[in-house]
Design a protein around this ligand. Structure first.
Ligand SMILES: [Fe+2]
Length: 242
């Protein structure tokens, strides 16, 4: 299984604080059945979380080396969880922000209160240039709870939806749980991901969520969602899934 959204690098955002925590968290992901994790540190323009792409790539290399030494069977690839801002296409093209696994998919952070004005144009512009935007955890957004049609409009424009596994289990409240469940029932969960942040505060909770999804969608429904994530890894990459 591929986890397309998690925070595994130390001291770069609100994820792990030390390499030891990173390794512990990676071990937990592996135990939850993840073989490939795309680590997605926050990138928010003008904030303290605006890491340089090179730094993220270097840290991913170091993490993979450390995991190999610890015999943890997890391969980590670079990505970012990008805060919605102007000129996103430019930022992708000039390498300021990283797409997932350096392919064509871009993970966008859905704000928790309201959806920014103009997001439809951003989605349209990215899609027209061959970038596939994925909205991270929209089930946690208040505007989506009160006006689900807005999310449907974005999906119709080509946005893909990533729901966080722990949302299905109620870790982010009843509204997020209900929204996640409704999206799954409507076939609008394109990806699920752990959005794990740390071994203690926000560990990955995947297996329990998959059991619940199996009951909701059937084994085939869950398997299809898992398989969709393999499309994120570029064809010319030398990464293979067992
Ligand atoms: Fe995240």
């Amino acid at each position: 299984m591929i986890d397309i959204h998690c925070h595994l690098l130390p001291n770069i955002d609100d994820g792990p604080r030390t390499w030891q925590e990173s390794i512990e968290l990676a071990g937990m992901l592996s135990e939850e059945g993840v073989e490939i994790a795309i680590t997605t540190p926050h990138w928010i323009k003008g904030s303290e979380w605006e890491p340089e792409s090179n730094r993220v790539e270097e840290m991913v290399c170091e993490l993979n080396e450390r995991l190999a030494k610890e015999n943890i069977a997890l391969k980590v690839l670079p990505g970012m969880e990008v805060g919605i801002t102007e000129n996103l296409l430019e930022l992708v093209k000039n390498g300021s922000v990283l797409t997932l696994a350096e392919g064509s998919f871009l993970l966008l952070e859905t704000p928790f209160m309201s959806i920014p004005y103009g997001i439809e144009e951003i989605i349209y512009t990215l899609k027209a240039s061959g970038i596939d935007p994925i909205l991270a955890h929209p089930e946690r957004c208040r505007e989506v709870h009160s006006n689900p049609k807005r999310l449907k409009e974005m999906i119709d424009l080509g946005a893909l939806i990533q729901v966080t596994t722990s949302s299905f289990l109620g870790y982010f409240g009843n509204e997020a749980k209900e929204c996640a469940t409704n999206l799954a029932r409507c076939g609008l969960v394109h990806f699920f991901a752990s959005d794990a942040h740390s071994p203690n505060n926000r560990p990955p909770i995947i297996k329990k969520a998959i059991s619940l999804l199996d009951r909701l969608l059937g084994d085939d429904g869950t398997r299809l969602i898992k398989e969709t994530a393999t499309q994120i890894i570029p064809h010319d990459s030398n990464i293979t899934l067992e």
